[in-house]
Design a protein around this ligand. Sequence first.
Ligand SMILES: Nc1nc2c(ncn2[C@@H]2O[C@H](COP(=O)(O)OP(=O)(O)OP(=O)(O)O)[C@@H](O)[C@H]2O)c(=O)[nH]1
Length: 363
Amino acid sequence: MSINEEIIAVEEEIRKTPYNKATSFHIGRLKAKLARLRDEVTKKASSKSGGEGYSVRKSGDATVTLVGFPSVGKSTLLNKLTGAHSEVGAYEFTTLDVIPGVLEYKNATIQILDVPGLVKGAASGRGRGKEVIAVVRNCDLVLFLLDVFQPQHYQVLTQELYDAGIRLNQKHPDVVIKKQDRGGVTISSTIELDMPDELIKTILGEYKIHNAHVLIRENINMDQLIDVIMGNRVYVPAVVVANKVDMADEYTLGKCREEFPDATYISADKEKNLAEVRDVIYDALDFIRIYLKPQGGPADMEEPLIVRKGITVGDICDRLHRDFRRKFRYALVWGTSAKHPGQRAGLDHVMHDKDLLTLIIAK
Ligand SMILES: Nc1nc2c(ncn2[C@@H]2O[C@H](COP(=O)(O)OP(=O)(O)OP(=O)(O)O)[C@@H](O)[C@H]2O)c(=O)[nH]1
């Protein structure tokens, strides 16, 4: 049996097994096996491609990947948003390589990548899918572009990315596994868990983890536990945009809206609602503005530094100059992240939107 056949067999068995307390251990083992098999396939696929770079170098403040089936209008949207010259064709697979475009919006420079259509089987290395996956793994936001006539594509696309270890609109589970040399598995949790300890131990056992401290701070399911054990998952935000509304009748549009009430409905070709797409991208990227204030002088309120939410003083040092972290003495912070105006802060201090920052760097 090939790995892909094995995967199908295990998936089938999971689907067929009714979930209850008695079968949960069996299912847990199957899921662990499935995750391992999928990982093997992904690794094989990437080693076959010689590991050579398909990736486009990241530039700007954030990178967005357009993901969609062939001919849904990705090249058209990219061109309209950024003025890049991605070839637009009325046939499938016009995008043969990654085409980067740059969207300048509200002081942010956002790189948008149009990648070859993701087709079923991408995670297993079919078509050019594995290259798309490599790009998606490294981006900051996935923009699913759907054809309003074919919303069912969404399911295929998200499943494809899921199988390749990409988790959309999810946070890394709040679980820490510390492997030990002996002492068995000890589990501590700060909340009540649906999964019994024995099941957690069974799943860990599938990965030959027999001695470990496990700290769990949220009510996770089996899949999330496996994600933590595998350790190579990426967590990426995603938004949905439905295209070609100019051709859609009320019924088609209504059906799509029912399924995707939060999607943005556009016509890339007729430039309808493109401003909304820019806002959706900007908001989903969670940008914040930091105003740099030279010591003793006024802050530069004209050109804030555009960074992502969660950024620390240390990260900002790295961005400004390669020596700043090493020569850093302390920072002064004004704004909502500061306990009081002009609070002294260290490298780990997390900045908020519209904070003012002074860096004191040794000469
Ligand atoms: N009616 C209509 N047609 C559109 C719209 N956007 C794109 N198209 C057309 O759809 C076809 C495919 O568009 P592309 O932008 O090449 O699609 P793509 O997703 O980049 O396709 P691949 O490169 O094959 O992955 C072209 O004929 C476009 O003119 C739209 O909003 N409305």
